[in-house]
Design a protein around this ligand. Structure first.
Ligand code: SAH
Length: 340
């Protein structure tokens, strides 16, 4: 078992199962996440026999960093796991802290028409430990603390629900990386049953919904998931989420030229979201060489923004990071694998 996939409770149960006191789990966590050791031998306050047993039962498994690209406010990593599968993560330097955008799956099955990651089908889920180690490696490489995590890299987090929830538990734990729930954001294309499950957990973790269209007609054309879970079902589920958690939801909306960026779309979107505790994050589309969608002009983006503002919907335009190093959405892995 990978030691980085263990929640504190998992380790407590483990120690109980081998006839030890459960506080040893806290000691191990302290070594892993406060002192950042990378082997059991360094855990000097734990008895030799126990270290031996831990070595038999667990491994320290982290991916290899195969590529790093540094831009002025961004650092992009390509990781390769033992089975040769690769994913990417992007660190963004914001004024409020260091935010890591990380991957949850190798590839993705959601098949959104505009998305680079989805061009490559899902190969497998990442384990909790594989997500945790993306954070540890970047922190270690750059000698800094990551203060925010967004699950917006490759993959659909709610198509890997159990591992993602375990991952959140590990990084949120005071004894672990102690990342505040409000500093963690899960982004989903809208898998309704899992949004319901997530709502019932009543976490303070942020939820972002990739909406990208104000009606089923347009959404069906660009997001397959919309056929399984139409907009009215999605919106009812989100209303219920807000009621249960009292949390504000973010709607992501990529502006695609001639597809979803008309004034009519803006008014429709405003109508759809009116009165909801939410805000809209407008995303200038990152064009990729493989996909024919184009980015809306700056004028169109600002017009869309103004309409939402006028209609009293909270709205921001996403600041762009790393355009100069092709760090946009899944491009590093894609380019890397196509070079091979
Ligand atoms: N599967 C999840 C999380 C990963 S994608 C989801 O769908 O939310 C993270 C965000 O990036 C999503 O809103 C996705 O639609 C968006 N995205 C994908 N490709 C993009 C591109 N080329 N330019 C801008 N945003 C993109």
């Amino acid at each position: 078992m990978n030691i980085y996939s263990q929640s504190l409770e998992d380790l407590e149960n483990y120690f109980i199962s081998i006839g030890q006191k459960k506080f040893k789990a806290i000691q191990v966590y302290d070594w892993l996440y406060k002192k950042n050791v990378t082997s059991f031998d360094e855990m000097t306050n734990i008895k030799k026999e126990i270290i031996q047993k831990l070595k038999e039962d667990f491994v320290f498994e982290v991916p290899e960093i195969v590529k790093v690209q540094k831009g002025k406010d961004v650092c992009k990593y390509l990781f390769k796991f033992k089975d040769n599968q690769s994913v990417e993560a992007v660190l963004m330097f914001h004024d409020y802290g260091n935010s890591l955008c990380l991957s949850t799956q190798v590839g993705c099955n959601m098949d959104c028409a505009f998305c680079e990651s989805g061009r490559r089908k899902k190969v497998r889920n990442l384990t909790a430990g594989e997500m945790v180690s993306q954070i540890l490696l970047v922190q270690n490489d750059l000698k800094l603390r990551i203060s925010h995590v967004v699950l917006m890299g490759i993959g659909e987090p709610f198509d890997n629900y159990d591992n993602v929830m375990k991952f959140i538990n590990i990084i949120n734990s005071d004894r672990g990386l102690a990342l505040g729930a409000r500093h963690i954001t899960v982004s989903t294309c809208g898998i309704v049953p899992k949004i319901k499950a997530f709502a019932s957990q009543k976490l303070q973790v942020n939820l972002a919904i990739s909406l990208h269209a104000p009606d089923d007609n347009i959404r069906n054309k660009i997001m397959k998931i919309s056929k399984a879970y139409p907009l009215n079902e999605l919106m009812d589920t989100i209303k219920d989420y807000i009621k249960k958690t009292n949390r504000r939801v973010t709607f992501e909306y990529i502006l695609l030229k001639g597809v979803n960026d008309s004034e009519e779309c803006a008014y429709k979107l405003a109508k759809l979201l009116k009165g909801l505790n939410c805000y809209v994050n407008l995303i200038p589309y990152n064009e990729t060489s493989h996909i024919e969608f184009k980015r809306s002009s700056e004028k169109t983006i600002l017009r869309f923004y103004d309409i939402l503002k006028k209609e009293k919907i909270g709205v921001t335009i996403r600041r762009e990071f790393g355009g100069e190093i092709s760090s946009a959405c899944g491009q590093l892995r894609s380019n890397y694998e196509e070079e091979l």
